[in-house]
Design a protein around this ligand. Structure first.
Ligand SMILES: Cc1cc2nc3c(=O)[nH]c(=O)nc-3n(C[C@H](O)[C@H](O)[C@H](O)COP(=O)(O)O)c2cc1C
Length: 229
């Protein structure tokens, strides 16, 4: 097996977590996923509301979801939308440049050039196979909850990704799934009062896959922090 080594400290987990987009088929023990979720749910939340709900898919259930949503992606492209707005309606700087950079850095690694729409579409489609990860998660939230609960949700998601690193696993959070809530809903029996937040691929990294060599940039400390004395 070709595994990424386990993180021994929190800072190592933080610094080795990356969104990976190619996984080995090696199965992940269900007991490990359960342990990660129990620990991740120690995340703080306003008045301890714990707004997270997670659907863990492996085996046939995972395949059914992947097939259904990949099919929807192929046939209902024009109808896709999310019930919640993750990205701004109108892009502006500096966010648009950062978004473009990460996209083109990934496509460059994959040998996809500007204008190759079919290839970019096929790469996007890999989201709906959880990038071949054996564990897929769909996260949902009660539709009547507010912004604060979405903030809490992010902490829960980050905990999962860091705990994954501690266990030699890698992950990719995936907003892409939220666009296909209509196709997802019947497959996982998602109640009408829940909305899809995002998905997540979890598994062992394929360290030989070129797309997994992507290291994303970060703004320098001075670019986002102001120290007032
Ligand atoms: C909530 C959330 C949703 C994301 N959705 C997707 C997605 O649908 N597909 C994908 O390939 N990457 C997705 N990403 C990964 C981001 O592109 C990635 O976090 C960013 O480029 C920084 O790279 P890093 O995670 O490797 O540090 C998502 C990240 C977050 C936090």
């Amino acid at each position: 097996m070709n595994l990424n080594s386990e993180a021994k400290t929190v800072s190592e987990a933080v610094n080795t977590r990356r969104s990976l987009r190619a996984f080995l088929s090696s199965p992940v023990p269900e007991s490990l996923i359960r342990e990660i979720l129990v620990d991740a749910a120690r995340a703080p939340s306003g008045t301890n509301m714990q707004p997270w709900k997670v659907y863990v898919l492996t085996g046939d259930a995972r395949q059914r979801l992947c097939d259904t949503v990949s099919d929807a992606f192929d046939t209902e492209w024009a109808e896709h939308d999310s019930e919640v707005r993750y990205y701004p309606e109108k892009w502006f700087e500096p966010y648009i440049s950062r978004r473009r950079k990460v996209g083109w850095d990934l496509y460059r690694l994959l040998g996809i050039e500007k204008g190759e729409r079919d290839k970019t579409r096929q790469q996007h489609r890999r989201n709906f196979q959880f990038f071949d990860a054996p564990v897929g998660m769909i996260f949902s939230i009660d539709r009547d909850l507010s912004t604060g609960s979405w903030l809490d949700y992010g902490m829960f998601l980050q905990n999962i990704m860091l705990l994954a690193r501690e266990n030699g696993l890698d992950s990719c959070p995936q907003a892409a799934w939220a666009d296909y809530h209509r196709a997802i809903r019947p497959v996982i029996s998602l109640p009408a009062d829940e909305v899809v937040v995002c998905g997540m691929a979890i598994g062992y990294a394929d360290t030989r896959a070129i797309e997994n060599s992507l290291i994303t940039e970060r703004e320098s400390l001075n670019g986002f922090a102001t120290f007032l004395k």
